[in-house]
Design a protein around this ligand. Structure first.
Ligand SMILES: *Cc1c(COP(=O)(O)O)cnc(C)c1O
Length: 388
């Protein structure tokens, strides 16, 4: 298995493309187009244009001086993905894939969404780039619980299709989107939201999210004159983490730390298995099915994780740790109070771990925490949790 490291779409034994033949053909065409356009100067120029003029990049690498003083230890820097238009990192990937879809001549974009964050990013990208119809599949149960996000996507011009099959959750929405893709591949592009799924999605999503570490590396060298001691990011499917790690993977002095919710510890406790068309470390129940998980952060509630993280974990290049919902909730409040920044509950997991880590490190060290999103979406939920 080890010699498959260099095989396309594999990260050691992880990754690959375990899908029916007709879908595989669609994904091969996507792969060829991605490989062509990612190096095309016009494509790169257009991506950079939207990143700067629409998303507001580059975003700052903010020194969290108050938090650093309170914790006592290494300097904590925050990479401010929360300041992107729409308030999180997901839009980087959505814009990248939409521009690719346009080059490929797609007239329809489809996507799946759980809590609605990826659906909103996709609908936003469709609105700004224009010329493509946007359909978002969402489990029926999720549409009921996230009525405002459904309305948000509709405001942005998308059609939201509630999926009534199975449990009416994210998995059922993914299945429906894949059926749609196979039936309509000539006109339709499937925009996947995290560094998961069959090849080429994990590679493509990493490519577009790598802008995070491309910027942060330049910024930390300007501010500190040296590389950080560690980069910390929360990991659900793993897209903000792989983007935050990418430009440091070859810098062996930099510790890469992915933070999982203790309630869905795919890497910390998972075993190798194929789910959703790719192989990764994942949590299975006694029947070998993906285990239902529950995290207070909807974006981290996924039983698997991107194949490259599975590889970075088994080769010990990156470390993966867990933080409980309770610890994340405390970090959510701490960052709000001492820095005036309300972080997403997902990002709060990374903050919680960074606070522990900073205490163990030297005052000369710097830690970069990827602040993957802002917490406005979570304020009501936190309010209710603190009341009860
Ligand atoms: C979706 C989301 C995540 C989790 O997704 P990854 O693919 O693991 O990055 C983390 N933070 C925020 C703010 C999100 O919206």
């Amino acid at each position: 298995m080890e010699n498959r490291t260099m095989e396309r779409g594999y990260f050691g034994e992880f990754g690959g493309s375990f899908v029916p033949e007709d879908l595989k053909n669609v994904l091969n065409v996507l792969d060829e187009n991605f490989e062509t356009y990612k190096n095309d100067p016009e494509f790169i120029k257009e991506f950079n244009y939207y990143m700067k003029e629409y998303i507001g990049r580059e975003n700052p690498l903010t020194y969290a001086e108050n938090l650093t003083r309170q914790v006592g230890g290494a300097k904590i820097y925050l990479k401010r993905e929360d300041l992107n238009h729409t308030g999180a990192h997901k839009i980087n990937n959505a814009i990248g894939q939409i521009l690719l879809a346009k080059r490929m001549g797609a007239t329809r974009i489809i996507a799946e969404t759980g809590a609605g964050q990826h659906g909103v990013a996709t609908a936003t990208a469709c609105a700004i780039v224009g010329g493509m119809e946007c359909t978002i599949y969402m489990g029926k149960l999720d549409t009921e619980r996230q009525a405002l996000n459904v309305f948000r996507m509709e405001l942005l011009g998308a059609k939201v299709v509630p999926v009534d099959k199975g449990q009416g959750r994210l998995k059922d929405a993914v299945d429906e989107a894949l059926n749609d893709l196979v039936a309509n591949y000539k006109t339709t592009f499937y925009l996947l939201g995290s560094a998961v799924g069959p090849h080429p999605f994990p590679t493509m999503v990493k490519h577009f999210q790598s802008i995070i570490s491309e910027e942060s590396k330049k910024q930390i060298l300007e501010k500190e004159g040296k590389l950080p001691r560690a980069v910390v990011a929360c990991a659900g499917g793993g897209s903000n983490a792989i983007g935050a790690f990418a430009h440091y993977i070859d810098e062996k002095s930099v510790r890469l730390i992915g933070v999982e919710p203790a309630e869905a510890p795919s890497l910390t406790e998972g075993t190798p298995a194929v789910i959703h068309g790719f192989k990764c470390l994942t949590l299975l129940d006694e029947n070998g099915e993906p285990q239902p998980t529950y995290s207070i952060a909807a974006g981290l509630d996924y039983p698997g994780i991107g194949p490259e993280h599975s590889y970075l974990k088994t080769t010990n290049r990156a470390e993966y740790v867990t933080v409980t919902g309770q610890e994340a909730l405390e970090a959510f409040q701490t960052l709000s109070k001492v820095e005036g920044i309300i972080p997403a509950l997902e990002s709060s997991h990374a903050i919680a771990y960074a606070i522990k880590l900073a205490k163990e490190l030297d005052q000369d060290d710097a830690i970069i925490v990827n602040l993957s999103g802002r917490g406005d979406k979570d304020v009501e939920q936190v309010y209710k949790m603190l009341q009860s």
